[in-house]
Design a protein around this ligand. Structure first.
Ligand code: ADP
Length: 493
């Protein structure tokens, strides 16, 4: 539970904090970009507005000139409309409210004429300048002009085509190079004018055009994928990916550190057990030697046969002591990287037999049935005979130690491809499944009570493995066909 929390908590904190701040950043960046785009659109709309005013003024000036010279004649005004692209429809109303132009009124003209007449309140004729008047959806530019027969209320609506030719093309000149596309969109949001084809471009912002075209808006487009918003989204995706990787790394790191700590704790425990086990192992033979030595010294053993037995026990216990001390010393040399091996070609059979002889007494005493099978014509193997002898002794010692009720030991040496395999088998307690690798680790002893009850330091097999490796060989354990285990040491030729 605690471990799970230790892994999940830092990773989840980083993931959540990272995710929330990235989203926050994305929101503010998008807001900022949209604001900027709106500002750009507003500036363009201002420019369009300014140019439209100038175009309007020019159209009114021409109208004034025509009215002053030719009056509100149909021919003169038709000519004026035809030569002034910004004018869509032109209206001229005399001081009595009579429509001077156009001569024939269509349906669209009626609301405009009504709106114009509504302007003719007291003193209208003295008004100067122009003003924008709404007639339904349409915006009408009105001005009081001087005709040759008195004041004329003039009104004009603007043509989209005229706006394009006279205003937009010059207003948006110089903006082509930027990635931004300017367009005018109608009330439905459909483009009525754009600098370049918009295909697939994204609308970023739009602001209304003030005069002349109240329903139209100046819009800013960005070609797909190039808008700052898209760039922010891309960056967010990359950052989210990086965040995910970071989270995974944190999880992996915490797991690795957790494993390391657990391993170190186990190792510290194993070392403590090792010291206790070795001390215990040293103490037992020493007490036996001392007790038997003292008994002999006091001359209490009169019987020759019994005296011989005492001597044998003392010898056997000192051999055990030597083996234990050799193991510990060798282990410490291996750990310190100081173990050297001297290779000389060595025959296998004598080595096996000498090793077994060293265990002659305990084997006989415990009633072991010992089988030895040495293959014919085994080659001599280059080896450090002491080291390999010691490794074999450790395997035999284990076979005796972990023998259980069935006292049976078999050593087999046979030639294999390019070397020799020496197998030590017993019918003892066996190695539990899943422990086959671990028992070769230093200090490791199988946890069950059968093992723990027996003396041992846990470095014997680690030493065998090291010796095997130093000779270019290996060691492994298999389950025996019946109960027990089979340890095999392979040595190359
Ligand atoms: P030690 O014998 O001093 O405990 P080893 O390194 O020689 O240490 O062996 C490690 C462990 O492997 C032993 O504690 C025991 O659990 C297991 N083991 C080794 N040899 C045998 C065997 N012949 N049968 C059963 N278990 C064995």
């Amino acid at each position: 539970m605690f471990t799970l929390l230790a892994i999940v908590l830092p990773a989840a904190t980083v993931a959540v904090v990272g995710y929330v701040s990235l989203r926050q950043w994305q929101r503010s960046a998008e807001l900022l970009f949209r604001q900027q785009a709106r500002d750009v659109a507003a500036m363009a709309a201002d420019k369009v507005d300014m140019l439209l005013r100038a175009t309007d003024d020019e159209a009114l000036a021409r109208l004034q000139a025509t009215l002053a010279t030719d009056g509100a004649t149909e021919a003169a005004l038709d000519r004026l409309v035809a030569t002034t692209p910004i004018i869509q429809r032109l209206y001229a109303i005399d001081h009595d409210g009579g429509v001077l132009y156009p001569r024939a009124l269509s349906d669209v003209d009626a609301p405009v004429v009504v709106a114009l007449r509504a302007q003719m309140s007291d003193g209208w004729a003295r008004r100067s300048g122009s003003r924008e008047v709404a007639a339904g959806e349409t915006s009408v530019l009105t001005a009081v002009l001087r005709g040759n027969r008195g004041p004329v209320l003039a009104g004009l609506t603007r043509s989209g085509e005229g706006l394009r030719r006279q205003v937009l093309e010059s207003a948006l000149i110089g903006q082509e190079a930027a990635a931004t596309l300017y367009a005018i969109v109608d009330a439905a949001g459909d483009p009525v004018y754009s600098q370049r084809p918009l295909d697939g471009a994204d609308l970023v912002a739009a602001v209304p055009l003030r005069n002349g075209f109240p329903a139209w808006r100046m819009a800013i487009y960005q070609p797909r994928g190039t808008s700052p918003v898209a760039a922010v989204r891309r960056q967010i995706t990359v950052s989210m990916g990086a965040l995910a990787v970071l989270t995974v790394v944190i999880v992996a790191g915490v797991v690795a550190v957790g494993r390391l700590v657990r391993r170190e704790t186990e190792m510290a425990q194993l070392k403590a057990d090792f010291v206790a086990n070795v001390s215990h192992d040293l103490k037992t033979p020493l007490s036996v030697i001392r007790m038997y030595g003292e008994t002999l010294e006091m001359g209490r053993v009169r019987d020759d046969e019994a005296r011989q037995e005492y001597y044998r026990v003392i010898t056997r216990e000192s051999e055990r002591l030597s083996r234990l001390i050799d193991n510990v010393l060798d282990f410490s040399r291996i750990e310190g990287g100081r173990r050297r091996y001297e290779m000389t070609p060595t025959a296998i059979e004598p080595l096996v037999r000498e090793t077994l002889e060293a265990f002659g007494y305990p084997l006989a005493q415990q009633g072991f049935k010992v089988e030895v099978e040495i293959g014919p014509d085994l080659p001599e193997i280059p080896m450090d005979a002491d080291a390999v002898g010691q490794a074999l002794a450790n395997l035999v010692d284990n076979a005796i130690k972990f023998s259980g009720d069935v006292k049976w030991l078999r050593i087999e040496a046979r030639g294999t491809d390019g070397g020799v395999a020496i197998t030590v088998s017993d019918h003892g307690i066996g190695v539990p499944v899943g422990e086959e690798e671990k028992i070769f680790e230093k200090f490791y002893r199988v946890g069950h009570s059968d093992t723990q009850a027996r003396r041992g330091s846990g470095v014997g097999l680690a030493l065998v493995k090291h010796v095997a490796g130093a000779h270019g060989g290996r060691v492994g354990v298999e389950r025996a066909s019946g109960p027990g285990s089979r340890f095999t040491l392979w040595l190359p030729q």
